[in-house]
Design a protein around this ligand. Sequence first.
Ligand code: NAD
Length: 455
Amino acid sequence: MQSSLDVRNPATNEVIGTIPNAAPDDVDNFVNAAADILPTWEKTAASKRAVMFVNAASLMRARVDELAVLLTTEQGKPLREARDEILGSAHVFEYYASVCGSIPGDARNLPGYGYLNVVRKPLGVCAAIIPWNMPVIIFAWKAGAALACGNTVLAKPSKTASLTILKIAEAMHEGGFPKEALQIVTGSGEQTGSALITHPDVRHISFTGSVVSGKAVSLQAAPHLKKLTLELGGNDSFIVTKTADIDAAVKAAVRNRFYNCGQVCTSAKRILVDASLADEFVHKAEVMLSGYVVGNGLEKVNMGPLNNANQLALIEAFVEGVLDRDEAQLVYGGKRLDMPGNFYAPTLLKNVSPLAVSEEIFGPVMSVIPFGSADEALDIANSTMYGLGSSVWTSEISTARTFAEGLRCGVVWVNKHLTLPPEMPFGGVGSSGFGRENGRDFVYEYTEPKSILFG
Ligand code: NAD
């Protein structure tokens, strides 16, 4: 029987709504509906799908104020960031409108064999498993790509960030997407997520979340031989070399690290600074942070609360641990804030031992690690099991090239960090997962080739 789950405002801890906790029987009904409409949906003209994406994007833009307030209230991020996420997601749908008529194929004469035609077919019913940190844009990446390729989608948001996605789905249905082609299945990972992953008629799983959950999902999917796209954690390095514009680098590092209260997969989690610049960098970062206002995201603040109490406890334990073990020195913050909600002070640590941050720190902690040479910086940057993104800050093209070549990760930015246009393939290597979202690579994730050889 279906139960329900409370959704709380992380800034106040008040219950702001409930969501169904879908049981395996409910999941079965969702999957059956998605499978039944597949033959019709698959044959829908790409131009019609494009109009649906454009309509949904326009409705999201028209409703951005209301949607952003809801996103801030359930997720915690400042209203400005919530607006950016809604508008960015509308842009993702516009991107998929522009590409859904261009799913590539191949047609060639093979002398001696015949005429080869390769068409890319949709996979069928796809599951999109979504985390709580950037829920709307990650939903847009997955649903956009799957629907553009002619699949049907069952999206399971995190239990702490489902409400805005439910509203976006309403806009998509109003925009023309059939209800059965896009369904939101709310509930816990253990119950609802597992039921989706193990359902025999779900043929592809695109999962974004932690490495631990990603491994659990892989194990559950393996006996059913399902196709997987895994977007897991990151431990990005942000490398400030001797030739960097230090003011630009400090500004970008602080904005980036504390964006969404530090809960971004490609947040600049390890700030590697040339030793000759480290003191200046730390001082300038401290000055910036001392002006940071922390509070309810609906007010005029730089940073909101962490999304949930578990995340707050993890951050608190991490900072206490590294300071107790002398693995870092505290420059700023370093404590839970005395207000209702999951608030932690923006925190700056210096002289951090690289080993102390080999695991992903998913919260508002900037860890500055000094380095002596480019080789040492590359060794430190590549020393974790993750490989999502990294950036290098320099005014020399040769330095940019050295790092771009040497960094082991899915995305390298030069004098930038975190920007993820939908035109760019995004994903990681190593424990950050496999497969790519967006760019042109979405086609390989969400379709399979069928080769037809004419005699
Ligand atoms: P999580 O792994 O706890 O949960 C993610 C989603 O998976 C949720 O919807 C959850 O209900 C579901 N889930 C969990 N266990 C499951 C299981 N066994 N079977 C099926 N579903 C299951 O992650 P989170 O705490 O919501 O998000 C934070 C993590 O996500 C961080 O590690 C972060 O780096 C990562 N992340 C990665 C990217 C990326 O693109 N690489 C983007 C955002 C977040």
